[in-house]
Design a protein around this ligand. Structure first.
Ligand SMILES: NC(=O)c1ccc[n+]([C@@H]2O[C@H](COP(=O)([O-])OP(=O)(O)OC[C@H]3O[C@@H](n4cnc5c(N)ncnc54)[C@H](O)[C@@H]3O)[C@@H](O)[C@H]2O)c1
Length: 438
């Protein structure tokens, strides 16, 4: 009980030392928020380049400015960034935000979580609280991390606390950030959950406790399964509407006027990012271990997987209408990130679209203010400026990520033919015979 009370006191008085392990899209905003609220915060990362940049006050995440970093480096209790795991010795609360990608086989790759747990176990001491935020399959906290941490004799919920809290941030979203998205947390006992809740409520408006880590782990997977299934549904629906000659965007808008029982999802060039393509596969993999087949996930994944290929076929048909072939055509892609207003290329459908177009011998170039250079299996491309001569040279322009601040009027006025996979022009009230929507 004294461990619990001691930690509680430290968190309440903001004297607890917080260490964030993994300073990426998830970890960095969390670290900065605890800094802003007066905690002594350390950031531990294995990526020398990232650590070097942060030490110099340079941000590599577009939702965080370099000024934000410089400000926390100058604080009375400055943000301390390091690659040295010894920093864990003096830490009271440790939040782990390391990657959980998929292997080539589409199976979970929790090697970063295991490696981080081993690092933590080398410095574990009585009185610490550890929270895993990396998205993962249910059972990871209890079956994978707990045994590693307890190996040296310390016991969870007696000597230290361990909990899982999924991260829900939505990079590029100006309305919701880490502080106003409710946070879910599940510890092994009510004490672990309560301590986690107390810690996060120092920086987040609403924290919701659940009864165990598995419930917290699977909450995140439900959220992203809900998304992959609905995106798959609307992508299929869009394909059908196109064949029937119906404007799917108009239909979604009309259906969205129903005040209950409908939530709009939008078609696009395919799913991307670190979450939607990967997280449901974690659940699907776990389901198999208990002999369960996740038919909805598998079907949605298949529908979404086919979207980039279908986009290329559509480009082929559009070019054929003007007696052109994909081969040797100039195809200009605007926005290559996986979604609007982020600098994240992970799993971006643009990469697959470019890959297919290259194989068909198209002359592909792109513009993306967030991605100055692209290296695609050795193919090196540079972002071209968005100018009238450049657009006029193209046989077709493809909108993949609809970044804000882009001059859509100028694009519409200069491009010969446009395939808009995001409905970006209609949203800006720009019409034209040269603009084709999904
Ligand atoms: N990016 C998102 O929008 C988002 C949203 C919700 C949840 N998530 C989940 O959060 C987790 C982190 O995602 P991210 O986008 O921040 O990843 P990221 O790749 O941007 O950052 C992860 C960081 O962890 C570091 N790292 C790896 N192993 C380490 C170790 N052993 N010790 C210390 N640092 C280590 C890496 O160098 C990297 O800087 C993933 O599980 C992801 O699925 C991501």
């Amino acid at each position: 009980m004294s461990v619990y009370l001691d930690l509680k006191k430290k968190i309440k008085s903001r004297t607890a030392v917080v260490t964030v392990v993994g300073l990426g899209y998830v970890g960095l905003p969390i670290a900065l928020e605890f800094c802003k609220k007066g905690f002594k915060v350390n950031g531990l990362d294995t990526n020398a380049n990232r650590v070097k940049k942060l030490k110099k006050g340079i941000s590599y995440i577009n939702d965080i400015s370099s000024e934000d970093i410089s400000r926390v480096l100058r604080k009375k209790k400055p943000f301390y960034v390091t690659m040295d795991e010894k920093v864990l010795d003096g830490s009271d609360a440790i939040i782990v935000c390391v990657p959980t990608p998929l292997r080539k086989t589409k199976e979970p790759n929790i090697s970063y979580v295991i490696s981080a747990s081993r690092t933590l176990s080398r410095h574990l001491r009585s009185g610490q609280m550890i929270i895993l935020e990396s998205t993962t399959y249910p059972g990871t906290t209890r079956e994978v991390i707990l045994p590693v941490l307890e190996k040296r004799g310390l016991k969870a919920d007696r000597d230290f606390y361990l909990a899982f809290s999924p991260e829900r941030i939505d990079p590029g979203n100006p309305k919701y950030d880490f502080t106003n998205i409710p946070k879910v947390i599940g510890g092994f006992t009510k004490y672990g959950t309560e301590l986690g809740r107390l810690l996060y409520s120092q920086v987040i408006k609403k924290v919701v406790g659940v009864s165990n880590p598995e419930a917290a782990e699977v909450t995140k997977l439900l959220e992203n399964t809900f998304r992959i299934v609905n995106i798959g549904l609307i992508n299929e629906f869009a394909d059908l509407c196109h064949r029937l000659g119906i404007d799917v965007w108009e239909v979604i808008k009309a259906a969205g006027t129903k005040p209950f029982g409908f939530m709009p999802f939008y078609p696009g060039p395919g799913i991307g990012g670190h979450c939607i393509p990967a997280d449901p596969m974690y659940l699907s993999w776990k389901a198999q271990t208990v002999g369960f087949k996740t038919k909805m996930i598998d079907l949605a994944a298949e529908v979404n997987r086919n979207v980039p290929g279908n986009i290329v076929k559509r480009i082929g048909r559009m070019l054929a209408a003007g007696r052109k072939k994909i081969k040797d055509s100039r195809i200009f892609i605007i926005g290559v990130t996986y979604k609007r207003d982020v600098n994240d290329l992970r799993e971006s459908p643009a990469l697959e679209i470019i890959d297919i177009l290259q194989k068909k011998k198209a002359k592909v170039s792109y513009h993306d203010p967030y991605i100055p250079r692209l290296d695609l299996h050795g193919l090196k491309l540079r972002s071209s400026g968005l100018s009238s001569p450049c657009l006029k040279r193209q046989d077709i322009v493809l909108i993949v990520a609809d970044h804000s601040g882009m001059d859509y009027r100028m694009i519409a006025d200069n491009a010969r033919l446009i395939l808009d996979t995001r409905n970006a022009f209609a949203r800006s009230n720009i019409k034209g015979d040269n603009i084709v929507k999904l």
